[in-house]
Design a protein around this ligand. Structure first.
Ligand code: AMP
Length: 237
């Protein structure tokens, strides 16, 4: 076991095999903004043939609609605040009820609060593995300042570390890349603080359940990916 991948307790992941190794896995990606959850989530989705469900992507789509609800969601996101639990739980559970998520899912950015985690448990879609990808604050701030995303297919890029082949153009779908409004420096700090106040406690929540695996997200994308694969017992490749 490397220093980057720590299982905090003996016996952890005892729930992991309960649904059978070959069946779909219910995976939650936990960690601060900029830790690499989206990048790893997209890679895992391909390998496991499960949907990568990012609550932030769902809200970014919702925000584009011309409704009073969309205006409200936009306000929370622009301020770097969390969307209220009742609405968040409703939209994510609705997404999980779609046929493609029946066998398993990779949730990215949900749950972010204890009520959300409890709602997921109570929905009967309990979590097999909570992958906690963490990195120091200066690394997160630096990465976010260089991050670009595709508004169409949600691919993620980072200047110098993961640049697109053609400048400001998505390699996957060709759409022009954008910077997220909430990645602006003045919004990043409050977002990190909200994460520490409201989401960090979920590390203890999943640790108590024995499903937490911590991975050092400050490493290269490839090393993190290898450790994620190892944590999920996926074949090396
Ligand atoms: P993300 O792309 O995961 O960084 O999410 C972008 C924004 O969407 C967050 O800053 C929140 O405003 C909102 N959001 C996404 N997921 C959640 C969640 N689980 N609970 C509350 N708000 C969320």
């Amino acid at each position: 076991m490397t220093a980057g991948l720590r299982r905090r307790e003996r016996g952890r992941l005892s729930n992991y095999g309960n649904r059978g190794e070959t069946m779909g896995k219910n995976i939650v990606l936990l960690g601060p903004p900029g830790a690499g959850k989206g990048t790893q989530g997209q890679r895992l989705a391909e390998k496991l043939d499960e949907p990568h469900i990012a609550s932030g992507d769902i809200f970014r789509q919702l925000r584009g609609q011309d409704t009073p609800l969309a205006q409200k969601v936009k306000g929370y996101m622009e301020r770097g605040e969390y969307v209220p639990d009742d609405l968040t739980i409703r939209v994510v559970l609705e997404r999980l009820s779609q046929p493609d998520a029946r066998q398993g899912f990779i949730l990215d950015g949900f749950p972010r609060t204890e009520p959300q985690a409890q709602a997921l448990d109570n929905s009967g879609r309990s979590v097999d593995v909570a992958l906690y990808i963490n990195a120091p604050v200066d690394v997160l701030v630096e990465r976010i300042s260089r991050r670009y995303t595709c508004p169409k297919c949600h691919a993620i890029y980072e200047a110098s570390r993961r640049s697109p082949k053609k400048e400001m153009t998505c390699d996957v779908c060709g759409a022009p890349l954008e910077r997220r409004a909430d990645d602006a420096p003045e919004v990043v700090r409050p977002r990190l603080q909200t994460y520490l106040d409201k989401t960090r406690p979920l590390v203890d929540y999943y640790e108590r359940l024995g499903t937490l695996v911590e991975i050092d997200g400050a490493q290269t994308i490839e090393v993190v990916e290898r450790e994620v694969d190892r944590a999920l017992r996926l074949p090396a490749g």
